[in-house]
Design a protein around this ligand. Structure first.
Ligand SMILES: Nc1ncnc2c1ncn2[C@@H]1O[C@H](COP(=O)(O)OP(=O)(O)OP(=O)(O)O)[C@@H](O)[C@H]1O
Length: 312
């Protein structure tokens, strides 16, 4: 396993009680978890984020993000609300351009790739993608094939099969003829995941894929992601707020704070009381799942971070 990279904060020193160092803890003994063995290194590097800066008027968001994600890795991206997780995924999907730095996809600079070419290589499940009123599930999932369409915008042979497979993958095939706006929030979320899968890309970016889902469907979706990543050697980066799920299902956890990568490494090493306190603004304890060995958090109470009002 790669050693975690835990970056220190160049800003003024924090108050004493917040200076919990994000140093790796000793690794627990190897344990049988649901995550498959890392494929890291087998297929080279899929994604490189190099010194990326990005912001909105008067609101700097990313202030120098560096990341290298290997082909076949399953990475969970965590951080407080508003820290820039979705913004980073949009940049990696080529939907926004960095103000500084660059994003490389399989070695190619995204800034030089036409949007459709990028969409053939990286799919993004948005936090919420509005559907046209009355549009059926089948129709919405087919939208995922837009990048693969021919010159006249026609679906090609095989596109239907890809869409059917995507719907089956997340268990929404039976709803193909239902209008999306007649589905519940959780059902729509699974349809949106099918739409992202229909892009049939090797890199999959999932922005809070378990939003709106009940616990059972959260587990189903995460297990599906793990399975698809294994079967198709996908590279997956998913934003998760549930640290328990991030620690259990991802092989690598990247935490953002103040527009930079604050912690990066295997969950067993990165998830510590220091991470909870310094990055997630929560005082709490961390234990281990008695059977699986993955870290389990026991959050206690919120604490104020120095950065809380920085961008207000
Ligand atoms: N279109 C926009 N215009 C102006 N500010 C924006 C825009 N989109 C996002 N922001 C701001 O950029 C910051 C980062 O937003 P982003 O959505 O990337 O955060 P996040 O980490 O994904 O948050 P969450 O966990 O709440 O989804 C936030 O402060 C947000 O208010």
């Amino acid at each position: 396993m790669t050693e975690p990279v835990l970056r220190s904060e160049p800003d003024p020193p924090r108050p004493r009680r917040l200076r919990t160092r994000l140093l790796p803890r000793p690794a627990p003994p190897p344990s049988p978890g649901p995550s498959p063995q890392p494929l890291r290194g087998e297929g080279g590097v899929d994604l490189v984020v190099e010194g990326v800066e990005f912001g909105y008027p008067g609101r700097p968001v990313l202030r120098g993000v560096d990341l290298r994600i290997g082909a076949g890795e399953l990475v969970a991206l965590v951080g407080l609300n508003g820290c820039g997780k979705s913004t980073l995924l949009r940049l990696v999907a080529g939907l926004s351009r960095p103000a500084a730095g660059r994003v490389l996809l399989g070695g190619d600079d995204l800034a030089r790739l036409p949007r459709r070419a990028a969409a053939r290589r990286v799919a993004l499940l948005h936090q919420s993608a509005p559907a046209v009123p009355g549009m059926t599930v089948r129709h919405l999932v087919r939208q995922g094939r837009y990048a693969a369409r021919g010159p006249l915008g026609m679906l090609r042979e095989g596109d239907d099969a890809v869409c059917r497979r995507a719907m089956a993958d997340v268990g929404v095939a039976d709803w193909a003829d239902r209008p999306v706006d007649s589905l519940s929030g959780g059902e729509r979320q699974r349809v949106r995941l099918a739409m992202a899968l229909a892009q049939d890309t090797r890199v999959l970016l999932l922005d809070e894929p378990t939003t709106y889902l009940d616990l059972r469907h959260q587990l189903e979706v995460l297990r599906t992601v793990v399975r698809l990543r294994e079967e198709r050697a996908l590279t997956v980066v998913m934003v998760l707020h549930d640290l328990a799920h991030a620690a259990r299902f991802a092989e690598r956890l990247v935490a953002l704070r103040d527009g930079r990568v604050a912690a990066d490494g295997p969950p067993a090493r990165v998830v510590t009381p220091g991470l909870l306190a310094d990055v997630l603004g929560v005082a709490g304890r961390v234990g281990r799942d008695p059977e699986g060995g993955w870290p389990v958090c026991y959050p206690d109470h919120p604490i104020t971070l120095e950065s809380d009002n920085r961008f207000q």
